[in-house]
Design a protein. Structure first.
Length: 230
């Protein structure tokens, strides 16, 4: 196996912290303001999406006029509501904090790559710890959010490494598509949404018990599998 892993790129919501449930609460509150009920199927379709894409979907689902100013105000409201929930504390996903500690101790460069806006991501980092990450890329800092490859391409560029030499860790269909399109190998840790497999994707039930050696091995195996599939 070739040992090419040079950086690990972490998604945030649903991967490091169990914040998707807080987004759920905010989304339900927004729907309640419009005397509507959000279905589980619709909520699943929005997981991992950028603020702009999600709000376009919400307005379409509610039958609202998609005026840009109104959608921007709604997105701001949703982020403010979620931010207040973030400030009450974010629960870690199983094994996530231990894996961050292990990577940091081993000197592996880490990036946080999230569709969440910078202001809200900074509130989340009060729980997670910004010291883990050499760089952070947020949804309002790239021309296109996930599932576009731009967030992962930017993270790799800021770290000075090739996307192919990175392992992305993701929980959603949207996030995995972004990392995949950027050329990263992807470790998929599904939370509430099933994520399809692929030639450079490896599924695990949780991050519990994983360390840098495991990530190196997974990346090398996916590197070989991806090369054989090309």
């Amino acid at each position: 196996m070739r040992d090419r892993l040079r950086a690990v790129l972490f998604d945030m919501d649903g991967t490091l912290v169990d914040s998707e449930k807080l987004w759920d609460a905010a989304m339900h509150a927004f729907y309640a303001q419009h005397d509507a009920v959000m279905t589980p199927e619709f909520r699943e379709s929005t997981v991992g999406g950028s603020a702009e894409n999600v709000m376009r979907m919400v307005y379409d689902d509610l039958g609202l006029e998609p005026a840009p100013d109104a959608m921007a105000q709604s997105a701001d409201w949703l982020h403010d509501y979620t931010g207040e929930l973030f400030d009450q504390g974010l629960p870690w996903r199983p094994g996530a904090r231990e894996l961050l500690d292990n990577c940091l101790a081993a000197g592996v460069p880490l990036a946080l790559v999230t569709n969440t806006r910078r202001a809200l991501a900074e509130r989340a980092l009060k729980t997670i710890g910004s010291h883990y990450f050499a760089v952070t890329v947020c949804g309002d800092e790239v021309p296109d959010g996930k599932p576009h490859p731009a967030p992962y391409l930017r993270a790799a560029s800021l770290l000075g490494v090739a996307p192919a030499d990175c392992l992305a860790i993701e929980d959603s269909v949207t996030g995995v598509a972004s990392a995949d399109a950027a050329g990263c190998a992807v470790l998929v840790v599904p939370n509430d949404v099933d994520v399809p497999g692929g030639p450079r994707r490896r599924h695990v039930e949780s991050l519990v018990g994983l360390d840098v050696d495991d990530l190196q091995a997974i990346h090398a195996e996916l590197d070989i599998e991806g090369a054989s599939g090309r």
